[in-house]
Design a protein around this ligand. Structure first.
Ligand code: SAM
Length: 224
């Protein structure tokens, strides 16, 4: 999967949607992967300190290499092991992109994030859409029939029974609100047409019964 168009779209969206300065408080990127977002945050938005955490030590090593001399802090931490008190009221802005789907009980994690934010603090969430997940299965299976079978299994069982969970937009919004946040903005990212240029028509026909939405990811900006 070529993620460049997704990252390009996300960068434009963040730049057009976020304030250039935050009053005090640092920025936390949860599940920072190889550090792309931490570098964007440091270079583009704020004068605040930026810290990235990830449970995978290799990723954090790569983050440090990729950051070169930028003063971004990185730590190996599994957010599941942290508590609401770990960073109580520490951050003015938290990003959590493509992570919630890998963690059981996302509401519990959202509650932690809520307590880590200062009053009025912002949370940027990116979560894969169900149709984005179907598109991935479709691409891997190269067979509309197999993809459809897995889709039906998913509808019956509530998941693909692999490590990744995905949530409909309405599920996500209710989890976000249960955790106490207000939703400020929602935007689909990375259209499936771009992702599946050759198989898109077949995919659309195959899943037309599923009320498919046309994006791979949802970006949701929330406020404490
Ligand atoms: C799909 S990658 C997303 C990386 C990056 N945020 C992005 O959007 O490109 C998911 C990342 O979340 C990390 N991760 C998964 N569960 C985590 C947890 N419980 N605590 C911290 N990091 C976690 C993984 O190690 C991985 O680097």
């Amino acid at each position: 999967m070529n993620l460049d168009p997704f990252y390009d779209e996300l960068e434009i969206l963040l730049k057009s949607s976020l304030p250039l300065k935050l009053e005090g408080g640092s920025i936390l990127d949860i599940g920072c992967g190889k550090g792309w977002l931490t570098r964007i945050l440091y270079n583009n938005f704020y004068e605040n300190a930026v810290i990235g955490i990830d449970k995978n030590r290799d990723n954090i090593d790569d983050c440090r290499i990729n950051a070169d001399n930028l003063p971004i802090k990185y730590k190996v931490l599994d957010m599941v092991d942290l508590t609401p008190d770990t960073f109580l009221n520490n951050y003015s802005f938290i990003t959590c992109h493509n992570v919630l789907g890998y963690i059981p009980n996302p509401v519990e994690q959202l509650l932690k994030i809520y307590s880590w934010l200062q009053t009025d603090g912002l949370l940027s969430l990116v979560v894969r859409t169900p149709s984005g997940r179907f598109a991935e299965v479709y691409e891997q299976s190269k067979s509309p029939n197999l993809a459809l079978k897995r889709y039906k299994d998913m509808r019956m069982n509530g998941s693909f029974k692999d490590e990744f969970e995905f949530y409909t937009l309405s599920d996500l919004i209710s989890m976000i609100e249960v955790a106490g946040f207000s939703v400020l903005k929602i935007q689909g990212l990375y259209s499936l047409e771009k992702y599946l240029p050759t198989g898109y028509e077949t995919f659309k026909n195959t899943f037309s019964v599923s009320n498919i939405d046309q994006y791979f990811y949802n970006w949701i900006l929330c406020q404490k």
